[in-house]
Design a protein around this ligand. Structure first.
Ligand SMILES: [Zn+2]
Length: 231
């Protein structure tokens, strides 16, 4: 994992940035690489397997996907169940475009780092082929099937200002958003309690460090393994 010096954080729904249509990436420079690294860090910190730049407030057509999403169901199960499961490498997917997708669709659960702890059933094409560019600007082609297709299309939605609940019927959407609000309240309360106790612990420190958000996540990685993966 790279340096935890993050300037950005993952935005939660209904942050207006999540409705932004991302601009095409034109400059493949050090800033882009730094943003990619930071997104990888934030994604792993929250135990996600995919993250779009719009989710961290950057209007750029840049996605991060863990190569984990391209494993078979059996392989994913092995990674999730093993003590120190290898999530594989993090892929930068830039300026993606759908080249071809299946007409048949699959319904399965989806999670999203912008809707922590909310899982809903979404219908997606069973496979997709996309063209994109890597972090150096080289053209790439990617094929995703099942979970992989779901992950690619979920993230590409983010670049178009679309979120997973947009796929739901009116009633299912109302329920999901209500769940989300309830969970957000619970998480805010938990954070406030943690901030309160960490503020007491830090009173002797002269230099105040950044928010304790990153710290509060420490030690939770094992406990949460086996949960459905968020994007
Ligand atoms: Zn998402």
């Amino acid at each position: 994992m790279t340096s935890p010096q993050t300037k950005r954080k993952i935005l939660t729904y209904p942050n207006p940035y999540l409705r932004e249509e991302a601009q095409a990436v034109e400059r493949f420079d050090e800033n882009l690489k730094a943003l990619f690294e930071e997104m990888c860090f934030l994604m792993h910190e929250s135990e996600g397997v995919g993250l779009a730049a719009t989710q961290v407030g950057e209007s750029l057509q840049l996605l991060v996907l863990s190569s984990y999403v391209f494993l078979s169901e059996e392989e994913r199960k092995q990674v999730t169940e093993s003590e120190d499961g290898d999530m594989g490498e993090d892929l930068a997917i830039i300026n993606p475009k759908v080249l071809e997708q299946s007409e048949d669709e699959l319904i399965d659960f989806e999670g999203c780092l912008s809707f922590p702890d909310v899982y809903i059933k979404v219908k997606r094409p069973s496979w997709v082929v996309i063209t994109a560019q890597d972090i150096e600007g080289n053209p790439i082609e990617l094929r995703g099937e099942g979970f992989g297709a779901r992950a690619i299309l979920h993230e590409m939605d983010h670049l178009n200002g679309k979120v997973m609940t947009d796929h739901l019927s009116f009633l299912a959407k109302q329920k999901a958003l209500k769940d989300h609000q309830r969970i957000q309240k619970r998480l805010a309360k938990k954070r406030a309690e943690e901030n309160g106790s960490s503020a007491q612990n830090q009173t002797s420190k002269v230099n105040k460090t950044k928010s304790s958000h990153a710290k509060s996540k420490k030690g939770s990685s094992k406990a949460k393994k086996g949960q459905k993966k968020k994007r």
